[in-house]
Design a protein around this ligand. Structure first.
Ligand code: AGP
Length: 609
């Protein structure tokens, strides 16, 4: 994911920003650049490749530069080239801009601007944003006014930083879903996409809130809302060391990423649901005829496969669209029967999983339409699919996938709602579900507040020899993911199956001390789940139920009940129930002294067969 850096003050700003970019290298990138003010003009130095390529230019930097902004880029729109690297000028080279995220409506804006005579050097959405803001700035308003008016035209998830040659010594920044933090020093101020880039210079940090605009000079920092109303500046003192900073102060990336899920839920939806709760994916699918699609094949591995099963459940139950879900390794060697009118969806966090990539190439040979649902921008699967919906979850470092799963399921849900919207399916309450999706972030925060309860439970059950994970409907699919988390980081054996399947074999494994985790968010089958719980208890097993706050029967039977805030759609309640399971796996592993972020035998991206 991209990195953002910026500095204003007495030090040489180019040296500081270059150092900041080096501290953000762990996020991954494929080009980098710096814009700086020198002699009343904005200079830009940028190069594709690793930071050392840019370093060759930095070596010849001018002295006395007091303001600079810098960026390390993961290619999204346009390949990793010098021209596509950030920063970008506006039409008249009055401003320079750097950007994290994706501007969903950049093509529409670019066509409008081109008709007005704008010419573009790069293929990026960022340069379009620069021209949009530059066009506002050309009206003679202040830089912050130009940013305020400009971003109202942008749709998507972004963090933008802008400097101008007309207003030296001032930087303006704004964010919508992509993170941005500001650092306050003595006679100097700075900013970055992540705290590690700031710590060598200051520990006084301001986290930029959603849709807030920062106007920063070497001596001052002002914050305003989208209408220019001043907002309070809340400074936090950060006492982490740099290693901890890369983990956001958490002990492990996994726990950081579990706790990032409320923000990720916002990022997934940013720019994709409009004010009337309509789904905005038309740019992605403008030439797509959904009526032609007679079947969907979802192909993935591991956690992504589990997300795919949730997609299957939704596509079939809501859209009545026949959907199969395949393990990539089975699909590529299984000689599957593929309808020429089918759509193949490839889900992958890394976008580099060998089996999924091979399955994708098999589909392309057979001229099957392909769609990627991928997290790492510019990855192989993302590039080779006909089109890709990015999950926008941000970098996921821990081998055990958590926030990427949530983002994958939400992206699949968005896609299902979009299909229902395009096909005008009366039975699908698109706006109601979209509205509920927008509320998931707050509900996820409430679920995360149950963590102390989960820690106590982990202390009680961490010695259990075997865990069952079960549910019915969507809960049965979430159970698979909950089981995988415990297996892969706590190395505890698990049995995962639909609750109704227990009696057909797995029940033989139940004995005193076995723990059974039930997802019980599907209200229509709760009485069946309660019977399954009793079957476990009758054989000495202990039952942990994850249900919803409005449920009054499960907690009368389960040994332990975790209640999550419920909504109007069981499917989204089921998705939220993965968070207690993620936390349970994490704390059992932590208490058992397991290596959390890099579990034995596993890799973050399985790029070999
Ligand atoms: C899940 O926690 C594991 N990291 C693994 O199962 C992973 O989901 C699988 O290897 C697929 O990876 P991908 O999403 O990058 O394709």
């Amino acid at each position: 994911m991209c990195g953002i850096a910026g500095y204003i003050g007495a030090r040489n700003a180019i040296d500081v920003v270059y150092d900041q970019l080096k501290r953000l290298e762990y996020r991954g990138y494929d080009s980098a650049g710096i814009a700086y003010l020198d002699g009343g003009e904005i200079g830009i130095m940028k190069r594709a490749g690793k930071l050392t390529e840019l370093g060759k230019l930095v070596g010849g930097r001018p002295d006395g530069v007091t303001m600079a902004i810098g960026h390390s880029r993961w290619a999204t729109h346009g390949g990793p080239t010098d021209t596509n690297a950030h920063p970008h000028y506006d039409r008249f080279e009055q401003i320079a801009i750097i950007h994290n995220g994706i501007i969903e409506n950049y093509l529409e804006l670019k066509m409008d601007l081109a008709r007005a005579g704008h010419e573009f050097r790069s293929e990026t959405d960022t340069e379009v944003a620069a021209h949009v803001i530059g066009a506002e700035y050309a009206k003679g308003v202040s830089l912050e006014e130009a940013v305020r008016h400009g971003v109202r035209q942008l749709r998507g998830a972004y963090a933008l930083v802008v400097m101008s040659k007309r207003e030296p010594g001032k930087v303006v920044a704004v964010r919508n879903a992509s993170p941005l933090v500001l650092g306050l020093g003595a006679g100097e101020n700075m900013l970055a996409s992540d705290i590690p880039a700031l710590l060598p210079y200051t520990r006084e940090i301001v986290v930029l809130e959603e849709d807030t605009i920062a106007i920063m000079t070497a001596e001052t920092l002002r914050l305003t809302d989208g209408d220019g109303r001043e907002l309070p500046v809340k400074v936090e003192h950060i006492d982490w060391d740099v290693a901890a900073a890369e983990k956001g102060g958490y002990e492990h990336f996994m726990r950081k990423e579990i706790h990032e899920q409320p923000q990720v839920m916002r990022q997934v939806l940013a720019g994709r649901i409009d004010e009337d709760f309509g789904i905005r994916l038309e740019r992605m699918f403008s030439d797509f005829v959904w009526h032609e699609i007679d079947r969907v094949n979802i192909i993935a591995c591991g956690t992504a496969y589990h997300a795919g099963l949730m997609g299957k459940h939704l596509f079939e139950s809501a859209l009545r669209l026949p959907t199969d879900c395949y393990y990539s390794s089975e699909f590529r060697y299984g000689d599957p029967v593929l309808s020429p009118r089918s759509l193949a969806i490839f889900i992958s966090q890394s976008g580099e999983t060998a089996d999924s990539l091979a399955a994708l190439r098999l589909c392309k040979e057979k001229r099957i339409r392909t769609l990627g649902i991928v997290n790492v921008v510019g990855s192989s699967i993302a590039r080779e699919c006909d089109r890709t919906l990015y999950t926008q979850a941000g970098p996921e470092i821990s081998v055990a996938s958590t926030k990427a799963y949530t983002a994958q399921v939400m992206t699949l849900t968005l896609l299902a709602l979009y299909i229902a919207q395009v096909k005008e399916m009366p039975g699908v309450r698109v706006q109601a579900i979209a509205k509920e999706m927008q509320g998931l972030s707050e509900r996820a925060k409430a679920v995360l507040e149950l963590e102390p309860e989960i820690v106590k439970l982990a202390e009680q059950v961490r010695g259990a020899p075997l865990f069952f994970f079960m549910g019915r409907g969507a809960d049965a699919y979430v159970a698979l993911e909950g089981a995988l988390k415990l297996k892969e980081i706590a190395y505890i054996p698990t049995v995962e199956c639909p609750a109704g399947e227990m009696k057909h074999g797995p029940l033989a494994l139940v004995h005193e001390g076995v723990m059974a985790v039930f997802g019980a968010s599907e209200s229509s089958v709760r009485d069946k789940i309660v019977s399954n719980m009793r079957e476990i208890q009758a054989r000495g097993g202990t039952v942990l139920a994850i249900t919803t706050e409005d449920d009054g029967i499960v907690d009368r039977v389960a040994n332990v009940t975790v209640k999550i805030p419920n909504g109007d759609f069981d499917y989204l309640d089921a998705l939220l129930s993965i968070i207690p399971m993620q936390m349970l796996a994490y704390h059992v592993a932590r208490l058992n002294g397991c290596e959390i972020d890099m579990p034995r035998n596993l890799a973050k991206s399985v790029t070999v067969e």
